[in-house]
Design a protein around this ligand. Structure first.
Ligand code: ADP
Ligand code: MG
Length: 484
């Protein structure tokens, strides 16, 4: 039986856990440092020993408000904490401190790019503050599970979307935007492979035109944005096939296995927890004043959307350039720094997106490790504009020298390495005459109409000048001389 997959529409809602980069945990002063020896950041509070009391970390609140503002949410005034009770080996307290009925942020939205490349608004349900659990490690010891509680109590923000995403591409774009934002806000490193950002995808399918939602499946354990997209594609296909075989999709949680490229049941609805939420008695509610929100708002860095608008409107850069340059905060800041000493927006953009980005990719480093003062890039632009070097030579030959000798100016480097092109017409004219003298028969042929021989003479002048003759002047002088 061949299945018509296009009869169906996909419905996706995402839950993204953002692990905050606060130095200490959400409710105690234990370090949050990643990669320390197991069980070295575990005070009695993290372990939930009797008699210990949590204290909320002001930085967590600040991060939550920052994210809420960036995602256009309504920030709640009175925030209560709740206990979510469940038993698990990596949850020493036996409950997680979270927020239930009063999430710090309500609503909110951002725009993503849909399949056709058009902007689409994605509405959020909520963002709430909570704490992480420890880590159970099942693949080191063949007999026992190992527990590392360093992560227990590390602060998280959970972002929940409405079930409004319709394709895996939209989901990809949404997670990418969220990661970009948390990095711009500097509240989380966004590294999905280290688990500091985690995304669970709730997925259902229904026939196009249907208005009710069908049963959803939650898929977990994707360690990259690409894998979120892959897991959704796999799950959509699986669900459609179940329906087309007259089956029912069970509401369950499934695990994504990247190596096998499949999802498998983790737990069914029957195993669903009853978390018995109740108000956290050890933490009093936090009241967020309007003045606090305004203060944070005014201290926010420029966000990608704002920079995009500036680059396209003020600098007249293309959509592609503006997106490219605002992709990471580091690149955008570097670009801005170059513009402190030049008004050549497009040239600066080309150098950042061309030689600079290629160099960073090749060396697998970020812009902070480039080591070239942004003002030097403006000097490079001046050399190109002043006709001292062609832009191709600037990026292919001079830029690599700038990387090696960041202490020298582009002019010094160009001079030392004989890269300055000769725009001195007398010198060029000398080479032009030599070239014509070398090929008198070709010069005759040119005069007779074989205009494409100009290339041959150009090549000869370049050879004679060792590549330094300015192509534009050469071209003009050659024509003049050959026409004589
Ligand atoms: P829970 O609290 O059990 O995780 P929620 O109702 O809060 O469940 O939903 C969690 C996520 O699942 C949200 O992102 C929501 O948009 C999404 N969701 C809910 N119902 C569906 C559905 N039928 N299909 C796809 N996603 C759904
Ligand atoms: Mg859920």
């Amino acid at each position: 039986m061949s299945i018509d997959y296009t009869k169906y529409e996909t419905v996706i809602g995402l839950e993204i856990h953002v692990q905050l980069n606060t130095l200490s945990k959400a409710y105690c002063s234990d370090s949050t440092k990643y990669g320390s020896a197991p069980n070295t950041h575990i005070s009695p509070v993290s372990l939930g020993h009797p008699g210990t009391l949590p204290v909320s970390n002001a930085k967590v609140l600040e991060s939550a408000v920052k994210l809420g503002i960036a995602l256009n949410c309504t920030i709640r005034e009175r925030n209560e904490y709740a206990r979510k009770n469940y038993f698990y080996a990596d949850l020493p307290k036996g409950y997680q401190i979270t927020q239930d009925k009063t999430p710090i942020c309500d609503g909110g939205f951002i725009f993503v790019t849909d399949k056709e490349g058009n902007p689409k608004r994605i509405d959020l349900t909520r963002i709430h503050m909570e704490e992480d659990a420890g880590k159970s490690i099942h693949d080191i010891d063949p007999f026992d599970s190992l527990i590392d509680l360093n992560r227990a109590g590390v602060a998280l923000l959970e972002i929940v979307t409405e079930p409004v995403l319709r394709t895996s591409e939209e989901a990809y774009s949404f997670v990418t935007e969220v990661r970009k934002l948390v990095r711009y806000l500097d509240i989380c490193d966004g590294n999905m492979d280290e688990g500091s950002m985690r995304c669970d995808a709730n997925i259902s399918v229904r026939l196009k035109g249907e208005t009710e939602l069908r049963n959803r499946v939650e898929v977990k354990n994707m360690n990259s944005i690409r894998n979120v997209q892959k897991a959704i594609d796999l799950e959509v296909k699986r669900q459609i096939e179940v329906y087309e075989n007259n089956g029912e999709v069970d509401q369950e949680t499934r695990n994504f296995n990247a190596a096998k490229n499949e999802t498998s049941v983790l737990r069914s609805k029957e195993d669903a927890h009853d978390y018995r939420y109740f108000p956290e008695p050890d933490l009093s509610p936090i009241i967020i004043q309007q003045s606090y929100i305004s203060e944070i708002k005014s201290g926010l860095p420029a966000l990608p959307e704002e920079l995009y608008a500036k680059y396209t409107k003020e600098y007249s850069l293309s959509d592609y350039d503006a997106r490219n340059l605002t992709d990471t905060k580091g690149i955008a800041l570097y670009f801005e720094d170059i513009l402190k000493t030049t008004k050549e927006y497009k040239m600066a953009a080309n150098i950042v997106m061309g030689p600079i980005k290629s160099h960073l990719n090749e060396k697998a480093i970020t812009i902070d490790a480039l080591g070239i003062d942004p003002a030097r890039i403006s000097e490079l632009i001046d050399l190109i504009n002043g006709g001292k070097i062609s832009s191709s030579k600037a990026s292919k030959e001079l830029f690599p020298l700038m990387v090696k000798h960041p202490d020298l100016t582009p002019l010094q480097l160009a001079e030392e390495n004989q890269l300055i092109q000769d725009s001195d017409n007398d010198a060029i004219l000398g080479f032009v005459k030599q070239a014509i003298a070398k090929f008198p028969d070709k010069a005759e042929a040119y005069k007779g109409g074989k205009k494409n021989l100009l290339g041959l003479f150009m090549g000869e002048v370049m050879k004679l000048s060792r590549g330094k003759a300015d192509p534009k002047s050469t071209n003009q002088l050659l024509r003049e001389e050959l026409e004589k």
